[in-house]
Design a binder for this molecule. Structure first.
Ligand code: PLP
Length: 386
């Protein structure tokens, strides 16, 4: 009996999930693992889903998602990006940003096609590309550059097999935010070499220290070659609802919609109504959550600065920090393993995000200030005891 397809063989367990699963079996653990907002979903959004269920919205919907949701997405994208997408043909609701990315890979990648990804990277990108038989081509982004692509290095990585350039800004796991000039250079390269760009913008609201979000889709010649991926998960604390979207050229969106019929048929229907409320309803809960993330980040950076042998380049976006542990004498894996075993604090070893992650561990600060304080009291005791 054959038990392993090529896709299954190409897929490895997520290093984030590995630590998360370990942490969830322990009591009294402080977990800085998954990128999951700890806030409840704002009540107006929950109420919209309840209303939809009561009104009988319990059936399959169109594969692309209900039109009012796609219209709300198109309006929101016009406001944020100044770009118009046709809700009927250029927008698709997906099962989280994750599914938008997977459907894009399924729609665009043939075996042997190359996809350029930054290293450190979010592991799912590599998993998705490999599952489609594609080849992830990793381009290092360095701590001293704020973990942002060096366009010259990206240019060197382009070959005749390059199909997609994947841009994730603000980034997971680094918190790096690409500036306008870097994005302009990447956009010019994409036009020159006829690349598709996938712009994963799920953290675009999470910005600090005056950082500005710019979408690569807005540069000349990019609207027609870029797929914007966004999600409700992080922005509206809706990870468990599973809804996101993709917007971009119609031909590919049409193929993604076709593929969706064989994958999930559609996003959960009540969730789609909740998502409309998220975009059209009050943005005040979002504003309050963003304010709290900024406070947590300040607290976390202060805690790291207070511990000798630890350091951190202040992340400009998202809700992750890559903490440098190289002066502790431990490598990332040993640091994370010993920290959870000895002090019940879970972090993700940087090597789970690629070779460039050695010497770093990732902390998600989507957790309360109280837990950040307690976690760092333990981390301090751990490092001092080494
Ligand atoms: N993109 C990045 C960079 C992420 O970190 C995540 C989640 O961790 C996603 C996309 C997808 O999230 P979701 O499928 O919940 O929208």
């Amino acid at each position: 009996m054959k038990t392993h397809s090529r896709a299954a063989r190409a897929t490895t367990d997520s290093p984030i999930r590995k630590m998360f699963n370990l942490a969830s079996r322990m009591t009294d653990v402080i977990s800085f693992t998954v990128g999951e907002p700890d806030f409840p979903t704002p009540d107006n959004i929950v109420q919209a889903a309840i209303r939809a269920l009561r009104e009988g919205q319990t059936h399959y919907t169109l594969n692309a998602g209900i039109l009012p949701l796609r219209q709300a997405i198109a309006e929101a994208t016009e406001r944020s990006h100044g770009l118009r997408y046709d809700p009927e043909g250029e927008v698709m609701a997906t099962v989280g940003g994750m599914q938008a990315l997977m459907l894009l890979m399924l729609a665009l990648v043939d075996p042997g096609d190359e996809v350029i990804i930054s290293d450190p990277y979010w592991p799912n990108y590599v998993g998705q590309v490999k599952a489609c038989g594609g080849v992830p081509v990793l381009v290092k982004v360095r701590e001293e550059d704020g973990f942002v692509f060096d366009p010259g290095q990206v240019r060197k990585a382009v070959t005749p097999r390059t199909r997609i350039l994947l841009v994730n800004s603000p980034a997971n796991p680094t918190g790096g935010v690409a500036g306008r000039e870097v994005l302009r250079a990447l956009a010019e390269l994409a036009v020159e070499r006829d690349l598709v760009v996938v712009s994963d913008e799920v953290y675009r609201h999470f910005l600090y220290d005056g950082a500005e979000f710019v979408s690569i889709a807005t540069f000349p010649g990019m609207r027609e070659r870029t797929f914007v991926v966004d999600s409700f998960s992080k922005t509206y604390a809706m990870t468990g609802w599973r809804v996101g979207w993709a917007a971009g050229p119609a031909e590919v969106i049409r193929n993604m919609v076709k593929l969706q019929e064989n994958v999930a048929a559609c996003v959960n229907s009540a969730t789609q109504y909740a998502a409309i409320e998220a975009l059209r309803g009050s943005q005040e809960p979002l504003r309050r959550m963003l304010e709290e993330y900024a406070q947590r980040r300040t607290l976390l950076l202060g805690e790291i600065a207070g511990i000798e042998r630890l350091s951190c380049v202040p992340p400009k976006g998202a809700f992750y920090a890559l903490m440098n542990i190289s002066r502790t004498g431990l490598n990332s894996e040993a640091f994370a393993t010993r920290l959870i075993t000895e002090k019940a604090v879970a972090v993700v070893p940087g090597t789970g995000f690629g070779e460039e992650g050695e010497g770093l561990v990732r902390l998600s600060y989507a957790t309360s200030r109280e837990r950040i304080r307690e976690g760092f009291a333990r981390i301090k005791a751990f490092v001092e005891g080494l």
